[in-house]
Design a protein around this ligand. Sequence first.
Ligand SMILES: Cc1cc2nc3c(=O)[nH]c(=O)nc-3n(C[C@H](O)[C@H](O)[C@H](O)COP(=O)(O)O)c2cc1C
Length: 324
Amino acid sequence: MKPLFTPDNHPLILAPMADLTHAGFRLLIDHYGGCDLFYSEMIDARLYRQGGPLEKYYDSVEPGSDKVIFQLIGADREDMTASALKLARLNPAGIDINMGCSAPHIIKVKAGCALMRDRTKAAELVKSLRDALPPEIAVSAKLRLGEREDGEALISFASSLEQAGADFLVLHPKTRKEKAARIPRKEYIGLLQRELNIPVVANGHINSPAEYKLCREKQQPGGTMIGRQATRQPWFFALLKDQAPHQIDLEECWDRFYELLQLHQPPEFHKTRARRFSLYFSENLRFGYHLHASKIANAKSAEEMDQYYREYFAQHREEQNVIT
Ligand SMILES: Cc1cc2nc3c(=O)[nH]c(=O)nc-3n(C[C@H](O)[C@H](O)[C@H](O)COP(=O)(O)O)c2cc1C
């Protein structure tokens, strides 16, 4: 397997996003040229270890096992290691530990960003996964700044993970309590990258080719991770690589998303996944806010959402194509 990070290779990475980065969505991104690595949605280590009828929808390897990184969430070493070993049978490119999620129910069980409060425990988790997995499967962690803005504490925490065997880290530079709209403090990405000997991946509010270029130039990260902008524009990675087609047919993009959702997700997931995608995708449309807030958000099924999109494009033919 070729190394994920080399001096000449700055990987572009799809961020893990619950309800969004399922196999169907990853295939949509791949259709528009794709990226180098695709994170899965976060997978609950305890539930995955126990197994269940829906588990194949979380651990599918589309668009290719060598490009997929599964993200685990949990705090129990045995659950995390057993789940990592179970996922390793699928030969993914890597397994990541979620140390950034700030949802109250996750913090309550001391997982996600709560792991950043306990350096020893976080490092033990990394070491346990690194010792258990074959070397060709990367072990990483996705971090925030932690409880508060403190560069020294961040460096010390991240260095412990490096010493424990992490192959790379992702930094979304916001504190635990800062909301999605808060602009991240990108200077911490550069700071961490200068201090560590492993790659640090930049993440957060990289929404245009200009912002991508600026972040690469100023912070010199080992790679770049994109979340919401790749949902608004599934062709965003192609734009960053200067390979996007001149024109995108938005109706065709919605149709393809809807078809892939049905092919790769079980019916009980269709509504939540379609609604979450629409929240961002609708921003491409002039009356998208109205479409999403008054129709899609209240629709009773994904079929109904599809019908609303069809009606919208039938009424607004002039919006079907966007120039990239
Ligand atoms: C809908 C949604 C779901 C998310 N789920 C996860 C997740 O499962 N694991 C994780 O580490 N981060 C998750 N995140 C955070 C993203 O991975 C990313 O750090 C954040 O959106 C900032 O990047 P962006 O500005 O490029 O979107 C989620 C974000 C969104 C918007």
